[in-house]
Design a protein around this ligand. Structure first.
Ligand code: GLU
Length: 302
């Protein structure tokens, strides 16, 4: 499908005094369902952050986990974004068309001695805590029986991974102690989210990741992978999740309803309030974007 470049006049202009060169952000939806009120919060935050920095905003369709994807949802999400006035700055990419890039990254890690085949079955692993390193080379004489479909794990570095989150402040995680060596290629041969997201962010030149706080826990792992691949670590900003009245994350799994595109401004205002701002006194999409961008810039662009 051809993706048409956005009309220049529908983009919101950044605040001239608050621009930053060299910003590339992204929104990376998994096409397992249409956008809902929760995913719009993330899309809105990443879009505003890019516009407030006079940066580029890319859309990446994270369809690598094909069994979980619903055909046609990718196009639906793109249409939803356009209907909300959110225009990407380069043609969207689909992860399922990028397998050779993931293979290359995997080969690089393998050549560097950072991967190993893991034959542990789920039922053999402790229910919680880090992967005990059973299959780590040279670690354990009692290796499980090799079989044809191993998973592949990344050997993590010991010690604490510390980083700044632009919303949440100082963060740290001891990946070895809490997660352990983690899977980058699954037993069904699919590339794992952790690997593909790092490869894509690196190759697409993403400088800033803005996403939901449910992915904060993956950040330390992703920083280790980026370093091992010689890729820069993007800046991070994790936004709060929208919760349903019972306190559950609004998600496709919880059957959050698709956005009502007859009321795009109302949907954006709801997401804006979800980000902790007060509703904007605007009556059109065209007025929403510059007003929201200016407020976002005030708070998040230094
Ligand atoms: N595809 C992930 C999701 O839809 C987002 C991944 C990311 O932003 O790193 O939740």
């Amino acid at each position: 499908m051809q993706h048409h470049p956005p009309d220049a006049d529908t983009r919101s202009a950044p605040h001239p005094a608050l621009t930053r060169q060299g910003y590339t952000g992204r929104f990376a939806p998994s096409p397992s369902g249409p956008l809902h009120a929760g995913s719009l919060v993330t899309a809105l935050a990443s879009y505003l952050d890019a516009r407030a920095h006079a940066g580029r905003w890319l859309v990446r369709i994270e369809d690598i986990d094909e069994p979980r994807c619903i055909p046609g949802t990718d196009q639906l999400i793109l249409q939803q974004l356009l209907a909300l006035g959110m225009h990407w700055d380069a043609a969207p990419v689909w992860q399922t068309r990028r397998h050779p890039l993931y293979q290359q990254a995997f080969d690089q890690l393998h050549a560097a001695g950072r991967t190993y085949a893991c034959y542990c079955r789920r039922r053999e692993l402790p229910p919680s805590g880090p992967y005990p390193g059973t299959c780590r080379p040279g670690r354990n004489p009692g290796l499980p029986q090799p079989h044809s479909q191993p998973a592949w794990r990344f050997q993590v570095e010991p010690g604490v991974e510390a980083f700044q989150d632009r919303w949440l402040g100082s963060q740290s995680q001891n990946v070895a102690a809490t997660v352990g060596d983690f899977i980058i290629r699954r037993t069904d041969s699919l590339w794992a989210y952790q690997l593909v997201v790092v490869v894509d962010d690196g190759l697409q030149g993403i400088t800033d990741i803005v996403r939901g706080a449910d992915l904060l826990d993956s950040s330390a792992r992703q920083r280790q992978l980026a370093r091992a691949l010689g890729l820069p670590c993007p800046r991070l900003l994790h936004v709060p999740l929208l919760l349903d009245p019972l306190g559950h994350k609004l998600s496709k799994q919880n059957h959050a309803p698709a956005l009502d595109l007859c009321q795009p401004l109302a949907a954006l205002q709801q997401a804006w309030v979800g980000l902790g701002f007060t509703p904007l006194s605007v009556s059109s999409l065209e007025a929403f974007w510059p007003a929201a961008t200016a407020q976002w810039a005030q708070r998040f662009v230094s």
